[in-house]
Design a protein. Structure first.
Ligand SMILES: *[C@@H]1O[C@H](CO)[C@@H](O)[C@H](O)[C@H]1NC(C)=O
Ligand SMILES: *[C@@H]1O[C@H](CO)[C@@H](O)[C@H](O)[C@H]1NC(C)=O
Ligand SMILES: *[C@@H]1O[C@H](CO)[C@@H](O)[C@H](O)[C@H]1NC(C)=O
Ligand SMILES: *[C@@H]1O[C@H](CO)[C@@H](O)[C@H](O)[C@H]1NC(C)=O
Ligand SMILES: *[C@@H]1O[C@H](CO)[C@@H](O)[C@H](O)[C@H]1NC(C)=O
Length: 861
């Protein structure tokens, strides 16, 4: 005891200093005090506590202000509990709190609910309370018509969302919402969040709160007739063993018992045995003990010794805390030891239940960006709570990726027709994972900012229907020209092309040299059959396509002797056609394919010109890229990137090659469709390929498909024209019947041919086989009603019947004999993406033993 006393005397000075500081900074920084239902814009200082309350209007958009009935009001009731906000609209309504001190801090959050029969129903509701996506508690008034829910929570995000969720048992409401920053040492060491069950101030009838408690914990009085109250007029300081900073006002009262043979106990029932409780008990000696007096006791929980013997320090707080679980009821008992002349003493108790919160939220930077976009534009959308989480409540117009289990990322934002005005918000630059941004049909003005071009993942940008200042940033146009971005904006002027900035597209307008190829179907058929055996792989080498870009930047015109050396003197033939021969070649480490025109082929020469012009000007990852060309008198050749896996037809129709899986077929279809989408909708003027077919879809080493052979392609000569008249060209079986009868060429002719390719992908049959056109064959089987029998038997049933059905429907729509009834390539791409997604879902849902990948379904054997 003497040791304690001398220790105490030197501590008291230090404590006195600390207290002085505490009282000097009794400010409310780190506090957010919201009086829900108060008139927007108002604030007041609460007379009882001195706390500054603001209206909830700045923290939520939804809800209706209400007042409790006068009968339930009283002088004792906190002012902020007399009004409330109720939420009859929507199942989930969220307050957004953004404390200045940000994440990584421990906060106490208190939500207060006083029913007061505000709705005259006399029937309080029951609803769920969430912290972000984590269930915090169910608000239930069966014990009392006024409930407080409080949680101590270490945040991992700058945003705290408090959500009220309607569970069909009445309209959620809230009276007050309070956030308090705690000192970092308080309640530390707990990874879990602590939901308050009980916080009591013993030995008094007085409730203690701010400013006595600097952290505004509410210490409710608990009076018991069985115990004796003790009180001291002195100050009780925080001792060395306590970090919880219990106010002196709370510690200066305590309970004890009169009868020395008796003991103090405190008991409670668990809501369920799995609940983990954290109990904090606070002890201080507040009586002046005489020389011959001792107070010493042991503490037991459910009869098991927990602590002791303890002798509380004189006017100094000690904290004892522990977690308890695995029982349906608990009794804390304090028994004096034999030597003790005084009964046990107890000053205050806190009891918490542990909550494991996953704190799964939107990435902070994305959240900050989208919240400020929201405040810039105030879009006419209900945007509240966490932008991405939970997935079912993602903000309208937003799509998120959930690959990272902790942080969801925003990958698309659609603010089309949202009544936006002003300039493009700079905060968009912070949505670094965004892939698709649609700002079309608003009243946006100003210059289109350059930063849009630095969003690495942005693939779709729709700016149509605004009033932007011209010109567009060069960086953005360049990206669009490289095929890295599908940029949509109305034609600004004839000079400022969104795509195809120079060369063929413009030339085709003025340059009448590029005339339509007129050929009989027979001749074309011969040439194209020959083409289809192009690029047959003799060797499979490691291909490095990445460096092709650097080759492209140099002059693409090669001399004949350069071509000779590239092809190692035309050593390896990889294909042959009516117009000439295709050779394997290498430029540095890059493999290439070199198509040399035969000198006698006049028609081939026109195709050569058309193709070089076109490929020099269009760049897309699903279009074979031009490495260069050679045009030396009669020696003409085109150098392309090398496509290691040849053409699609080889894989589909040659039963000796490896079978393309269903998924690969969908992906190849999508790749090819994206190339056509780019030509039809990304290029101005649009380009019609005119010879879409399996043998013109080439596959690289990763089976990524690229559209090839642009010899027949035509750009529309005049803007605004919906079609051009040309001689008929194309391949039998793929040829649009409407085009061949009317001679009118539109993009829809490509859609038709693409539909035939889709049918080939589905069936594994050639466009024309056994004298039968593929569509007639498909229709005959559909009439029999056996869709499964249409699917390529080589797949041996390894496909998802639903996506097969979707794909078949799409293919049949594409080959509609009336061109206006066919979908556009935009729609085709959307449908194929959906197919691919559905396929992935299907694929993920079943165990996949075929490729040995790990099954997600537990083995039940
Ligand atoms: C505490 O004391 C009471 C009364 O003497 C006794 O009934 C009880 O068993 C004691 N508890 C423990 C855990 O020793
Ligand atoms: C009780 O008192 C005796 C005699 O003063 C002492 O020897 C003993 O250690 C004390 N027991 C406890 C638990 O303090
Ligand atoms: C954006 O939404 C509009 C209408 O809600 C829709 O027409 C448009 O296709 C969407 N944009 C994107 C890129 O999905
Ligand atoms: C982007 O985020 C950073 C912090 O991550 C911030 O400093 C910057 O102001 C934000 N930029 C914009 C334009 O909002
Ligand atoms: C866009 O701006 C024009 C002219 O300022 C105005 O007439 C029009 O109503 C605005 N549209 C919207 C949707 O705000």
């Amino acid at each position: 005891m003497t040791i304690f006393r001398s220790f105490y005397s030197c501590l008291i000075l230090q404590v006195a200093l600390t207290l002085a500081m505490v009282y000097a900074q009794d400010d409310q920084s780190g506090f957010i005090s919201i009086d829900c239902g108060m008139t927007p814009g108002l604030n007041y200082t609460d007379k009882r506590t001195g706390l500054n309350y603001v209206s909830d209007a700045g923290f939520i958009d939804s809800g209706v202000s209400q007042k409790i009935l006068p009968a339930y009001n009283s002088a004792e009731l906190d002012l902020q509990l007399t009004t409330l906000t109720s939420f009859s609209q929507g199942t989930r309504n969220c307050y957004t709190l953004r404390p200045e001190q940000g994440k990584g801090n421990r906060y106490m959050i208190r939500a207060r609910f006083t029913y007061g029969n505000y709705d005259l129903k006399g029937q309080p509701p029951r609803f769920d309370l969430y912290l972000g996506s984590d269930h915090w508690d169910t608000v239930d008034f069966s014990m009392s018509l006024a409930m407080d829910y409080e949680i101590i929570h270490l945040t991992s995000s700058d945003y705290i969302y408090v959500c009220l969720v309607n569970i069909g048992l009445g309209i959620p409401f809230i009276s007050a919402l309070e956030l308090r920053l705690l000192d970092s040492t308080m309640y530390a060491g707990q990874l879990q969040s602590l939901a308050l069950s009980v916080r009591t101030n013993l030995g008094t009838s007085e409730t203690v709160r701010f400013e006595d408690d600097k952290y505004d914990r509410i210490w409710y009085a608990l009076d018991s007739s069985k115990t004796t109250n003790l009180v001291t007029s002195g100050t009780v300081s925080s001792g060395p063993s306590t970090k919880e900073k219990v106010p002196s006002r709370v510690m200066s009262t305590a309970i004890t018992i009169d009868n020395l043979t008796d003991y103090l106990y405190y008991s409670w029932e668990a809501t369920d045995a799995n609940t983990t409780y954290y109990m904090y008990i606070y002890l201080a000696e507040i009586e002046i003990l005489k020389r011959n007096e001792t107070r010493q006791f042991n503490i037991y929980l459910n009869g098991d010794h927990w602590e002791g013997p303890v002798s509380p320090l004189d006017h100094m707080t000690s904290t004892l805390y522990s977690s308890f679980f695995n029982s349906s009821s608990y009794t804390l008992a304090m028994n004096k030891t034999k030597n003790s002349t005084l009964p046990p003493i107890l000053n205050a108790i806190e009891l918490y239940t542990a909550r494991q919160l996953l704190q799964w939220q939107t990435d902070d930077k994305d959240a900050a960006a989208i919240w400020s976009i929201r405040s810039t534009y105030r879009p006419k959308k209900s945007w509240q709570g966490d932008p991405c989480v939970p997935q079912a409540s993602t903000w309208v117009g937003l799509n998120c990726s959930y690959n990272d289990r902790m942080n969801a990322r925003i990958i698309s934002l659609n603010l089309s027709s949202s009544g936006l005005d002003g300039e493009i918000a700079a905060n968009l630059a912070n949505l670094t994972m965004i892939q698709s941004l649609d700002l079309s049909y608003n009243n946006l003005t100003g210059v289109v900012p350059k930063f849009l071009a630095s969003l690495d993942f942005l693939r779709i940008l729709n700016l149509t229907g605004n009033n932007f200042t011209k010109p567009l940033p060069a960086e953005l146009l360049a990206k669009s020209n490289e095929g890295l971005l599908l940029l949509s904006i109305e034609e600004i002027s004839n000079q400022e092309k969104v795509s195809c900035p120079t060369g063929s597209c413009k030339k085709s307008k003025s340059n009448k040299v590029v005339i339509p190829v007129i050929a009989t179907a027979t001749i074309i058929f011969v040439i194209l059959t020959a083409l289809s055996i192009l690029w047959i792989i003799k060797r499979r080498k490691k291909v490095m396509n990445a460096d092709l870009d650097s080759i492209e930047t140099r002059n693409r015109r090669f001399t004949f002797s350069e071509v000779r050396s590239i092809t190692n003197s035309f050593n390896t033939v990889i294909g042959n056609g009516g117009f000439g021969t295709v050779f394997h070649g290498s430029i540095g480490d890059n493999q290439v394919a070199v198509k040399m025109l035969s000198e006698s082929s006049a028609q081939g020469y026109r195709e050569f010109q058309a193709e070089v012009h076109l490929l020099m000007n269009i760049h897309h990852r699903n279009i074979t890229s031009l490495v260069g060309y050679c045009d030396e008198g009669s020696r003409k050749g085109i150098i392309y990137e090398y496509m290691a896996n040849g053409n699609l037809g080889m894989h589909l129709f040659d039963r000796t090659s490896e079978i393309l899986s269903w998924r690969m077929r969908l992906q190849i279809g999508l790749d090819a469709a994206q190339a056509l989408e780019y030509m039809h909708h990304g290029c101005r003027p649009p380009i019609v390929h005119r010879d879409v077919k399996c043998s013109n879809i080439l596959l690289n080493e990763n089976f990524q498909a690229k559209l090839a052979d642009f010899g027949l392609s035509r750009a529309f000569a005049t803007e605004g024209a919906t079609h051009v008249s040309t001689g008929i060209a194309g391949t039998p079986g793929y040829l649009d019947p409407e085009y061949s009868t009317t001679n009118r060429l539109t993009e829809k002719s490509d859609v038709y041919s693409f539909g035939v390719v889709l049918l080939e992908l589905i069936t594994g049959r050639m466009a024309i086989s056994e004298q039968t056109f593929i569509l007639n064959w498909v229709n005959s089987i559909v009439r029999e009603g056996s869709v499964e029998n249409i699917i390529d038997t080589a797949l041996q049933g390894e496909f998802d019947i639903d996506t097969a059905g979707m794909m078949l429907t799409l293919a049949r729509a594409c080959v509609n004999s009336v061109s206006t009834q066919r979908p556009t390539m935009n729609n085709v791409v959307i449908d194929l993406k959906n197919c691919l997604e559905a396929e992935e879902d299907f694929h993920n849902a079943i165990p996949d033993n075929i490729d040995g990948s790990i099954s997600l379904v537990p083995d039940l054997r």
